[in-house]
Design a protein around this ligand. Structure first.
Ligand SMILES: Nc1ncnc2c1ncn2[C@@H]1O[C@H](COP(=O)(O)OP(=O)(O)O)[C@@H](O)[C@H]1O
Ligand SMILES: [Mg+2]
Length: 329
């Protein structure tokens, strides 16, 4: 079983779109896939047309210390298609961040929860929240591979740097090896800025970037709103073809020598250094290129999401109410 997290601290860079459509394409190729929605915002759940409000139990009920392992992931599964199951999420998952403080082995809860599933699935894909907290730590501890979607913005790359620091820390502290690779998303070859960023990222990240590039495709946006993987909506959509290619590359990457021989810590260190060099270098892009008018299409996603602050605020509120509940018992 391979466990792959789709992670980047930045919101809106394509984590959920990648988690849904990679899972779908892997399942269409005969792989047994479980997608774990590990974001309280539940976009992967809603993106597969499952309403969090209709669910009795979600991934929160599996991993919260409050339920003391009463439920396993098998108790919350929602079948999506042949070979494709979903472990759904809901907003209550945001309480998890606060519930864990002081708890022993708190980073291992998702890892423990997926252990019984080893024989059942070929792939587990984890859709991470856009924040670095206990949820993200749990996802990284549970996975052996990370896909880091990078849209065409520097904020995305800053998210990469933070993530790689944690990957290095997990290797140093608990000898947990994670293979990490960047995935270029929302690429538009018509913009000079996109082309420049792509060339730079490919040149500098080398084998730590997927050959597959996910192009900007409006169908991906439409289908997320409709609650469908893009391939179910339009088999000819560019977005579908790109995720098919990504699934092929993921399946075959096992056999790629360069990929196998990567030493996690060195590779991650290298990637971190390259990211920092890249961020410094990109600041020197000529102004007319970085402000290319065509890039306006992405402007909604070019600024840092304030989602993580929102989640923190909700988490704080939820914990307060738990504390009050407990006081009342
Ligand atoms: N390749 C793409 N082309 C066009 N729109 C995309 C693409 N990838 C993602 N999107 C859209 O961008 C928005 C953010 O993507 P999402 O996957 O939700 O990001 P994240 O999970 O990182 O926050 C969504 O509206 C999604 O439909
Ligand atoms: Mg998301």
């Amino acid at each position: 079983m391979r466990v792959i997290a789709s992670a980047n601290q930045k919101g809106g860079c394509g984590k959920t779109t990648t988690a849904i459509n990679l899972s779908y394409s892997l399942s269409q190729k005969g792989q047994k896939v479980l997608l774990i929605d590990f974001d309280p915002q539940a976009h992967a759940t809603m993106g597969l047309n499952v309403k969090p409000s209709d669910l009795e139990k979600t991934i929160y009920d599996v991993i919260t210390p409050k339920k003391n392992w009463l439920w396993g992931i098998e108790d919350i599964l929602v079948p999506v298609k042949d070979n494709f199951d979903l472990a759904p999420s809901s907003l209550i998952l945001s309480a998890f961040e606060q519930e864990l403080s002081g708890l022993e082995r708190r980073e291992h809860r998702l890892f423990q929860a997926i252990q019984p599933l080893k024989e059942q699935y070929d792939f587990i894909v984890i859709d991470c929240p856009p924040s670095i907290g206990h949820l993200c730590f749990n996802a990284l501890r549970a996975c052996n591979e990370v896909i880091i979607p990078i849209d065409m913005s520097l904020f995305s790359l800053r998210g990469v740097a933070k993530l790689i620091e944690i990957i290095i820390m997990l290797k140093d502290k608990i000898d947990h090896d994670i293979k990490s690779r960047a995935l270029i998303t929302m690429y538009d070859r018509r913009t000079r800025y996109s082309r420049t960023v792509l060339e730079k990222v490919q040149a500098e990240f080398g084998s730590n970037v997927f050959d597959t590039v996910i192009r900007y495709n409006i169908r991906l946006r439409e289908t997320a709103d409709l609650g469908l993987p893009v391939g179910d909506y339009d088999k000819n959509a560019i977005g579908h073809l790109d995720y098919e290619n990504l699934a092929e590359e993921v399946i075959h990457s096992r056999e790629t020598r360069a990929y196998q021989n990567l030493n996690t810590s060195n590779a991650a260190q290298d990637m971190l250094q390259k990211t920092e060099e890249y961020i410094d270098g990109a600041a020197e892009l000529p102004e007319d290129e970085s402000l290319d008018s065509e890039i306006e299409e992405f402007s909604g996603y070019s600024s840092q999401s304030n989602y993580s602050q929102m989640i923190e605020a909700i988490a704080r509120r939820s914990t307060d109410s738990f504390i009050n509940d407990e006081d009342g018992i």
